[in-house]
Design a protein around this ligand. Structure first.
Ligand code: F6P
Ligand code: MG
Length: 497
């Protein structure tokens, strides 16, 4: 291979980044504006219903509506400027994490004349977009903890009721059999494969792609069960499941980490996989989940989402309206929620940030290891750039990186030939800050081999590695949107050196 490889950016109109900046981001941004309009409208009605002598109450509501309107104005301006390919502005010092890091990267892009919406590297610009949105909320008094995507996330979770109920029943059955299972490696292997696939395809549900998927498409993607999984096997273009299983079997009471992706059904499948490992196998005794500290890529898990998921399952009401749900099935969902809440309380399941952490980005978020996940940085140099985060993962017996964005960051979102070995793509190191988008190439790089690493990703962006050359070339030639439409997937594993 001949480096340097450039990162994907929308100057190439054939790439998904162009369609994203042109169509998908405006839809997502408009959704946030609509949501804020609705909340402000509801607040105004609430204010008008307060007692005439409740001057303080009215003033409070009025101030909140005013601030909400201010956020809407800023977001509308952002949408206008994006459509006209204007320059990205520096993120103001809003007291949140990573302002300097974002702004210094932007300064480098300014020097290279790549600092506009249609010229900036896609990975940088997309992360910047969510960090900038956060900044609009952080600069208020009354909206600091607001997550404009929260309702959407819970609504989609509700739409997954059928699959949730099915998997909850399966998990309760497995729990009842746990003693037998723990001493039966053959059965565990079969179940492990089922689990890994469920967890993989759970990533097909992602609200940032909902701008072009119908609800029927989503339900279809979530269909669980053997037949569906067997049918999807041919869509897994790189499949290291066997190697992961061989590794997991060597563990005894080990620790697994999940660098989470989306809330809702995907988080549910992560928890099912984690529960299986902790409850039904002797190999794992603790699972640590790493969420995002700020609302991120629409559907990513934040600490409040994590708590709300456990609470919704324990309560059960969210799933009670599912077609044909029986009291016994609902009882399974509740029991599962209660069991997972107990795992969390006992520390078998842990969040890498304190339980109940509000949305970060304030002083608590700045510099915390969890803040690294909402920077725009590739993971190549995690060891030196985010030693706190790296230290957490280095202690793990298996780190599972969920989803597309994590994959883009693992591989740097650059134009690797699709047959580049995954290990080489994640081991790459940046040359120097001045040359940050020009890459050098090293197979003994800083991330590959640092800890056992598993990436479970359905393809939703152009970057692909680890796929046989003939396969990749044939798919590229076929005109299929195999790199981006979420129908194909990659299971990539690299052991510890
Ligand atoms: O373009 C597809 C996309 O929105 C990317 O921007 C992003 O990488 C990804 O989907 C998010 O997917 P996931 O939730 O799997 O990380
Ligand atoms: Mg996501």
């Amino acid at each position: 291979f001949n480096p340097p490889y450039a990162p994907y950016d929308p100057t190439d109109k054939a790439c998904f980044s162009y369609e994203t900046v042109l169509k998908r981001w405006p839809i997502i941004i408009t959704g946030v504006i609509d949501h804020l309009h609705n909340v402000c409208h509801a607040l105004s009605i609430e204010g008008s219903q307060l007692a005439v002598d409740d001057a303080a109450g009215r003033a409070r509501v009025q101030a909140r509506v005013q601030e909400g309107t201010g956020i809407i104005e800023k977001i509308s301006k952002l949408k206008y400027e994006m459509a006209r390919d204007r320059a990205l502005e520096h993120i103001p010092d809003d007291g949140g994490a990573d302002v300097e890091l974002y702004n210094s990267e932007l300064a480098t892009l300014e020097k290279e004349n790549r600092n506009t919406w249609f010229t900036a590297p896609w990975l940088y610009a997309e992360c910047y977009l969510y960090r900038l949105l956060r900044s609009f909320f952080l600069q208020t008094e009354g909206w600091k903890d607001a997550d404009p995507f929260y309702e959407q996330k819970m609504k989609t979770f509700k739409h997954s009721s059928k699959s949730v109920i099915q998997l909850a029943t399966m998990m309760q059955d497995l729990e009842a059999e746990k003693e037998t299972l723990r001493s039966n490696p053959e059965t565990l292997k079969v179940l492990f494969n089922e689990m890994i696939q469920m967890c993989l395809w759970g990533n097909a549900t992602d609200l940032s792609l909902l701008t072009h998927l119908t609800e029927a498409d989503i339900q279809n993607l979530q269909t669980v069960g053997k037949d569906a999984q067997a049918a999807r096997q041919k869509f897994i273009l790189k499949d290291d499941e066997e190697a992961v299983w061989n590794h997991v079997q060597t563990l005894k009471g080990g620790q697994v980490d999940f660098v989470l992706d989306n809330s809702g059904f995907e988080l549910f499948t992560d928890l099912v996989f984690a529960d299986f490992l902790v409850t039904c196998t002797p190999y794992v005794s603790k699972v640590i989940f790493h969420p995002k500290l700020i609302p991120w890529f629409v559907s990513d898990v934040t600490p409040p989402d994590f708590s709300a998921t456990l609470a919704a399952l324990t309560d059960g009401a969210l799933f009670a309206e599912a077609d044909g749900v029986s009291p016994a099935q609902l009882a399974n969902v509740r029991a599962l929620g209660a069991r997972w809440t107990a795992h969390h309380a006992q520390g078998d399941f842990a969040l890498s940030v304190d339980a109940g952490t509000p949305l970060g980005g304030g002083a608590a978020g700045a510099g915390a290891p969890a803040a690294f996940w909402t920077t725009a940085r590739p993971y190549w140099d995690m060891r030196t750039e985010a030693p706190g985060t790296f230290g957490l993962l280095a202690a793990s017996d298996l780190v599972v990186f969920k989803g597309d964005l994590n994959y883009r960051k693992l591989t740097g979102d650059v134009r690797w030939p699709a047959w580049t070995p995954f290990k080489e793509a994640i081991g790459t190191s940046l040359l120097s800050p001045a040359n940050r988008w020009r890459l050098t190439f090293s197979s003994a790089g800083p991330l590959a081999g640092a800890f056992p690493l598993l990436s479970l990703r359905t393809n939703k962006a152009d970057v692909v590695t680890g796929v046989p050359r003939e396969t990749a070339e044939a798919l590229d030639a076929s005109g299929e949107k195999w790199r981006v439409d979420g129908r194909y997937a990659l299971v990539s594993f690299v052991p510890r050196n």
